[in-house]
Design a protein around this ligand. Sequence first.
Ligand code: F6R
Length: 266
Amino acid sequence: MEVIIRPTTEEACLLTARVIARELRDKPSLVLGLATGGTMERVYAHLAQMHREDGLDFSLCRTFNLDEYIGLTPEDTHSYRHYMNTHLFDHVNIDIRNTHLPHGTAEDLNAECQRYEALIRECGGIDLQLLGIGQDGHIGFNEPLSALFSRTRQKALTPTTITQNACYFGGDPEQVPRRAITMGVGTILECDRCLVLVTGDRKADILAKAVEGPATAMVTATATQFHAHCSVIVDEGAATSLREKEYYRWLYDNEPEWAVFREGRA
Ligand code: F6R
């Protein structure tokens, strides 16, 4: 794992978008794992702008989202399908048939979870998985005590997550669905590369636990420590509680892998 600290939220989001864009240019048929939530909105805005202004090409790209609420139709404005369409898919030249989210209204939800896993496998697995971290340390909707080998399945949301996401439901926690389909931690860890984005000082303590704390199913983001290629991009606010900040700053300033980004060549 490597942690990259950028001075502002905007710079952290832009760097994340540039990493995705570079992977997409290197492999136009990229299988991209996507996340929703407030943190990712600026990343998707940057990707849409790169498509508009620099011709970033999504025509061969295939996407798999981490999760979807159970009980919401794709047309529901609170669904993650709606989020993805409005924040990214409607603004780039992706073939909408190549964009996948679990179906939260499937008649047989367990069969839907298995279908989703099979589809990821059929596409050859996920090349790059974008991840955010929830207030309770979740990745996807893998809430505390999710098995670190878990697969795509139904999961009940914790009160912390319901409170965190109430802002997207008019501020009313009662409106937030209680359950979701989520890729499992094991499913996520099979991707070739993890790209985690965490911004804002309200995430500082959970970020420190996620990257510097002991691995535990109580904070499923700690599982990313086991991934062979995991980059965690954060802003100064989120970095506040990290112990090894100086080392992380040195990494971005010196490691050859980041030179193309430092020098504005990607
Ligand atoms: C949503 C997802 C979640 C979010 C996390 C952070 O698809 O995967 O794990 O990334 O809850 O959400 P925000 O960005 O709203 O703080």
